[in-house]
Design a protein around this ligand. Structure first.
Ligand code: HEM
Length: 217
């Protein structure tokens, strides 16, 4: 009997640890880096040289490598876990219509949107300019695209909306998952903080997009 129960126990334990690792990586470094990246992009209000210094600046190859290890590796790990989770657990909105269930469904829908957006964004703004064209993305190029290429503008507006939702709502499930908010009062506070954080992330994202759009020639 104990031998039959053994494999299931270790599988549960493995799932538990994978969940905890993906959850921590999503907050730090991923969430922290996302906030910092959005903040840096607001330098677009200061024009080309301010933006290039803040976002793409001349970096040592070691710094570029460190960015890849600190940001892209955790993103890869979180994404692999996320894809597995999307296929192994299902939302139950057909049975329950509570606001929390809707948010859970949106968390997973936004994950798919974020995956597509980040795939395109990382390739077009990081890999292609740096590794195929031999220089970082110039301000003039991204500002021009934002102003004169409608699909780019729409993809950035929707992609960053997805990121803002996924990270802000994820912060709430993180707080619940790690037992940081257990009483109904604490949950209400976390919920209010989630809304404020979502609004802040969206304002930073769309603010930077607006500044790039305005600077496009
Ligand atoms: C900037 C990139 C991303 C950040 C900052 C981020 C952040 C988060 C956070 C904070 C959580 C909540 C963790 C918890 O409950 O403890 C989460 C959950 C999740 N993320 Fe991400 N994430 C990102 C990208 C992605 C991508 C590309 C996918 C692709 C599939 C993804 C899939 C998921 C899934 C499926 C969940 C769990 C939903 C559930 O509870 O079932 N995430 N994410």
């Amino acid at each position: 009997m104990s031998t039959a129960a053994q494999p299931e126990t270790s599988a549960h334990r493995r799932d538990f640890f994978q969940h905890k690792i993906a959850s921590v990586l999503a907050i730090a470094p991923l969430g922290v880096w996302t906030v910092w990246h959005l903040w840096s992009n607001l330098a677009a209000f200061g024009g080309a040289s301010a933006w290039e210094e803040a976002v793409t600046g001349t970096r040592h190859p070691v710094t570029t490598l460190a960015t890849m290890v600190v940001v892209l590796l955790p993103l890869g790990i979180h994404t692999l876990w996320g894809l597995k989770r999307l296929t192994t657990s299902r939302p139950n909105n057909d049975r329950y219509t509570f606001f929390g269930n809707l948010r859970y469904l949106l968390q997973r829908l936004s994950a798919v949107g974020v995956l597509l957006f980040l795939g395109a964004h990382i390739f077009l703004a990081f890999i292609k300019p740096r590794f195929l064209e031999g220089r970082p993305e110039p301000f003039a190029d991204i500002a021009h695209e934002m102003r004169f290429h409608g699909p780019t503008l729409v993809v950035y507006l929707l992609g960053t909306l997805g990121v803002a939702y996924h990270l802000a709502n994820g912060l709430q499930s993180f707080a619940m998952g790690w037992g940081l908010a257990t009483t109904s009062r604490a949950l209400k506070r976390v919920e209010a903080a989630t809304f404020a954080f979502f609004a802040l992330l969206l304002a930073m994202s769309w603010g930077a997009i607006y500044a790039l759009h305005q600077a496009g020639v």
